[in-house]
Ligand binder design. Sequence first.
Ligand SMILES: Nc1nc2c(ncn2[C@@H]2O[C@H](COP(=O)(O)OP(=O)(O)OP(=O)(O)O)[C@@H](O)[C@H]2O)c(=O)[nH]1
Ligand SMILES: [Mg+2]
Length: 363
Amino acid sequence: MYSYRVIMLGPRGSGKTVYLGSMFQKLSSQGEWGFFLEIDGEKRKKLNRIYTEVATETKWPPGTVREEISDWIFTCSINRNRTKYSACQFVYLDYAGGRITEEEMEDDSDFNRKIESADILLGLLDGSKICALMRQEPDGVVWLINELKNMLDIMMRGSTRPVHFVISKWDIVESSGYSLKQVREKLLESSETFKNLVTRRKEDRFLTRLIPVSSVGQGFAKPLPGGGMAKIPGKLPKPFQVEVPLACILPDLIQNQQNELAKRASEERNRSTTVTASLSNTEKISQNLPGWLRGFPGIKNWAGSAEQKKKEAADRSEELRQKQAETLNKIGDERSALESVVNSFNLIQNKLYISFPDSDLSS
Ligand SMILES: Nc1nc2c(ncn2[C@@H]2O[C@H](COP(=O)(O)OP(=O)(O)OP(=O)(O)O)[C@@H](O)[C@H]2O)c(=O)[nH]1
Ligand SMILES: [Mg+2]
């Protein structure tokens, strides 16, 4: 089974652990998207505990301790005709956020190796800090020049891989009245490093996304004046878009690779080198995708205004839904299960384009 490694970068308190708990809660049973996630017994209990604590207790789960670097191995499966088919795995690495901001951790070679071997980099941008930045408060500026900068320096290293910036605590950003477009513009205008990363990746045609999520949804919590977050009594969490970052992994890896192949082909045509050379290069970047998926039609990465993107995505919805239903009906082995899962992912990604056309930083 193919396995994809996702490293979650995010400073202390940015919401990584609560996010994993909510994502698992939302995807642990086969619902509207036609697939579900499984994880081994101990970890399942732990994630369930985290979510239960978030949903039912006054306090929030404690911060992750530094020694606790853990791999969370999620198997993405589909139940069809009383048989379970496993399609692929996603390995999430969650760690104590202090690791990327505290200097003594700089030469932690094991941690660095894990970053190097990731298939995709996921950077969590703390929604509360973003609100502070929008208001030009000191907290926001400190976050920008310290925590965000450190995280971006790490992300620069993984330049050829898809990058997802996930804005956590979107409930707070939204209730403060900020749109994704405003946040995107603010980040580009206030952080030279962010702007450079986005521009460079755009030129190289590597995918970069900005995805808003909320692990608890609107109206569940409110920020306290001195920092921290208070739960509003009597409210239940309604996780928002927590499935989207996971769903973007495979479509982005496929599209990234298609872009890279197209780029290499044109470079090689210009240099008039042999086809054999191009094939061996191809193998090098394709090792983690099954051959038949390399040409899999994804969602086109269009340019154009946000309105155009939104309209194109809405027009495409029905076709994608039909395709997903067709592949779901044909499942009989691991390959067809993976095909069906990728179609579900495309559908989720398309929904993101409809709700947040500004989420694609590469167009
Ligand atoms: N409003 C709101 N608050 C959230 C959300 N997710 C997390 N929080 C708040 O952010 C705090 C930190 O979340 P964690 O998931 O523990 O953060 P972390 O990134 O794992 O932090 P470390 O383990 O210390 O690195 C929580 O205790 C909540 O107060 C969210 O979706 N909405
Ligand atoms: Mg944590």
